[in-house]
Design a protein around this ligand. Sequence first.
Ligand SMILES: NC(=O)c1ccc[n+]([C@@H]2O[C@H](COP(=O)([O-])OP(=O)(O)OC[C@H]3O[C@@H](n4cnc5c(N)ncnc54)[C@H](OP(=O)(O)O)[C@@H]3O)[C@@H](O)[C@H]2O)c1
Length: 248
Amino acid sequence: MSHGIEDKVVVITGASSGLGEATARHLAERGATVVIGARRVDRIKALAAELIATGSEVVAVETDVTDRDQVKTLVDTAVERFGRIDVLLNNAGIMPLAPLERLKIDEWDRMIDVNVKGVLYGIAAALPHMKARKSGHIINVSSVYGHVVDPGATVYCATKHAVRALSEGLRKEVKPYNIRTTIISPGAVSTELLDHISEKDIQTGNRDFVSKIAIGPGTFARSVAFAISEPDDVDINEILFRPTAQPV
Ligand SMILES: NC(=O)c1ccc[n+]([C@@H]2O[C@H](COP(=O)([O-])OP(=O)(O)OC[C@H]3O[C@@H](n4cnc5c(N)ncnc54)[C@H](OP(=O)(O)O)[C@@H]3O)[C@@H](O)[C@H]2O)c1
């Protein structure tokens, strides 16, 4: 058990792999109640069963963050089952990289829908509950690409800059309700994120680069744990980390 984590009710989007899955495990092992969402329901159900078997309280809810009703159902499930939502981790995201000139317009739409609108739908679902209790914590996942822009990553960078902008506005707007906000901006971490790059030459180039420098998801999970375990009068607003070997 860890102070400030045990008994917190934490909702995590995109918990079927990578950073979301690692964080669900880390927080559940430290006594949090975790409500996990993703589209690959088989994966989140298996994760829930595994964590429940070791004594954790975990619920899996099939959730596509581009569907605002499904995001509301995810958050409402936490409130109905456990009486409240203490933390929302808006983690679901996609990164189908390609230069603008390749005109992958459907992928631009998809990145905006998942990375930006999905985060907004999470905020919309959680805010009424947190306002009513004058308590809560919303953590949005940006990226090093929310701080810099690289050619070939323009639209993804735009979505992650947007996550930082809306998180900063959120931080200022929710002060009257005692709600904390955190932006976490990871550098290269080994996950399934590169699997969905449709342009094979871009995917290969990124895999080559990332495989040389990427770190595991533990730093991200510990960053979330740190932010939520600080005392209630401390608002950890932003965490940015990179592999030591990451040049950009
Ligand atoms: N890995 C990195 O180097 C890195 C660096 C900076 C930022 N990030 C950010 O970290 C977050 C997590 O990514 P990851 O690296 O852990 O990649 P990942 O292993 O591919 O995980 C992405 C997660 O997002 C979920 N997701 C994708 N589309 C979704 C949708 N429409 N509705 C609900 N869930 C959806 C996936 O679940 P389903 O497919 O099952 O729905 C999966 O659980 C993303 O926001 C990403 O941009 C990652």
